[in-house]
Design a protein around this ligand. Structure first.
Ligand SMILES: C[S@@+](CC[C@H](N)C(=O)[O-])C[C@H]1O[C@@H](n2cnc3c(N)ncnc32)[C@H](O)[C@@H]1O
Length: 280
């Protein structure tokens, strides 16, 4: 009976606790949680409270701020934000890359191409890029390519590294590509083959960082369905950083439901959700 009751215990998030948590989220990852998100936060953090054997959100808050590893904070952010993604999402971007960008790179004598998926979640976006590169570049020379996937959440980065997905994440992918680049683990589960996994480096990176210390600049930055979480101030700061680390003439892809004031960043509109940095 006790067991049964504990399964259904709902821990209440008071206004005071909500304010503490939303302030922490805002300060660390820039995500603004308006008061109407209180119920959502309350329900999404129930499991975390149980996992940590805690009985109030106040205790959870205290544990998070005293956890120097930042792992618990990351777990909380994880549950509050949406990590949903899939292969070939918003496929017009991939069509553009294959039809307009890759053919130009093919003609370059030496390639040092760098592509970044900023807010990569469980990796489907950057793996789609990797698969298309493999399809269109033969022979493939690993030393010419740098593919990077970053996210704030360690949990999704682990999934990305394993590259294991349920079948519905692959629904938009050509069955020929699935056969060629995935191993079927069981009826409903696929794993990206090692040759594709090896093409991508996954790292934790908080887009709220003051500096973006990358060694080289990028040819394409995919930052799709991420900016949506940030308020205007943080979004502008992140966008300036992203444009800063883009090569002149490089491309920025954002989500189709997102908007940016391109003039502020020296970007040219190419087609919906695709922008190009002005050449030097
Ligand atoms: C909806 S997913 C987008 C995945 C993929 N780009 C796409 O469009 O399908 C948003 C991702 O942004 C990440 N994110 C949120 N805030 C972040 C931050 N401050 N720094 C880095 N990543 C962040 C989340 O963890 C989540 O995985």
């Amino acid at each position: 009976m006790m067991e049964r009751e504990s399964l259904f215990t709902l821990y209440r998030l008071t206004d005071k606790e909500f304010n503490l948590i939303s302030q922490l989220v805002y300060e660390t990852v820039g995500i603004h949680l308006p008061p109407e998100k209180r119920v959502l936060v309350e329900s999404r953090l129930q499991q975390l409270l149980k996992q940590e054997n805690l009985t109030s959100f106040d205790e959870l808050y205290k544990r998070i701020i005293s956890d120097e590893s930042g792992i618990l904070l990351s777990e909380m952010i994880n549950r509050i934000t949406t990590n949903h993604t899939y292969f070939m999402r918003e496929s017009a971007h991939y069509d553009f890359m294959v039809q307009q960008i890759l053919p130009r790179w093919k003609n370059e004598p030496y390639r040092d191409i760098r592509i970044w998926s900023a807010g990569c979640s469980s990796g489907e976006e950057i793996y789609t890029v990797a698969i298309l590169i493999r399809e269109h570049f033969s022979p493939y020379r690993p030393e010419e390519w740098g593919l990077l996937g970053t996210d704030i959440s360690l949990r999704v980065l682990e999934q990305a590294q394993q590259g294991i997905y349920v079948a519905d994440r692959l629904e938009n992918l050509d069955p020929l590509l699935i056969r060629k680049y995935f191993l079927q683990l069981d009826e409903n589960t696929y794993q990206v083959k090692e040759e594709i996994r090896d093409m991508v480096l996954f790292k934790r990176f908080n887009l709220m960082r003051e500096t973006y210390p990358f060694r080289g600049k990028f040819d394409i930055i995919w930052c799709r369905n991420v900016l949506i979480y940030f308020d205007q101030t943080h979004k502008e700061r992140i966008l300036s950083h992203l444009v800063d680390v883009l090569k002149p003439g490089g491309y920025l892809f954002i989500g189709h439901s997102e908007t940016i004031e391109r003039e502020k960043y020296g970007l040219t509109f190419i087609q919906p959700a695709i922008y190009q940095k002005e050449a030097a």
